[in-house]
Write a protein that binds this ligand. Structure first.
Ligand code: ZN
Length: 134
């Protein structure tokens, strides 16, 4: 059977979460594994920062509370993708991917390792919790 390309495109996203579609489309590497594989992985992820535990909703709350801290509102609205091993640049290696909040991802850069930033993430968690209460 021959599909019209645009119809085929829209069918793979039918009834799928918009957030998953948006993140899938944000990285060309994901095309190597396809949307269904990505979406299965994404749906299994706990929607919180691997380092500080901030949830997607809490990230959104901090985004609105501290708009000046998010690169002019460009980041922070949702959790971001980060690599455990930052030397692996291929986003299709799902076993390397974690979800991180903007603040941890921005502070970690490629300087700190995953294990090192897990220690720092505990301190960030305490600060984030106090800012959410204020
Ligand atoms: Zn975090």
């Amino acid at each position: 059977m021959v599909f019209n390309n645009s119809r085929e495109q829209s069918n793979i996203y039918k009834n799928k979460p918009k957030e998953s579609i948006d993140i899938y489309k944000s990285k060309k590497d994901f095309k190597k594994i396809g949307f269904d594989v990505f979406n299965s992985w994404y749906s299994m992820q706990e929607k919180c920062c691997a380092y500080c535990g901030l949830t997607a909703l809490e990230s959104l709350q901090l985004y609105f509370r501290f708009p000046e801290s998010t690169r002019g509102g460009k980041r922070g609205k949702r959790l971001e993708l980060d690599g455990r091993d930052s030397s692996i640049k291929d986003y299709s290696k799902l076993e390397n991917l974690i979800l991180a909040c903007y603040w941890c991802n921005n502070a970690k850069t490629n300087y700190f390792t995953y294990d090192e930033f897990m220690i720092i993430g505990k301190a960030i968690k305490n600060i984030q919790k106090s800012r959410l209460i204020k």
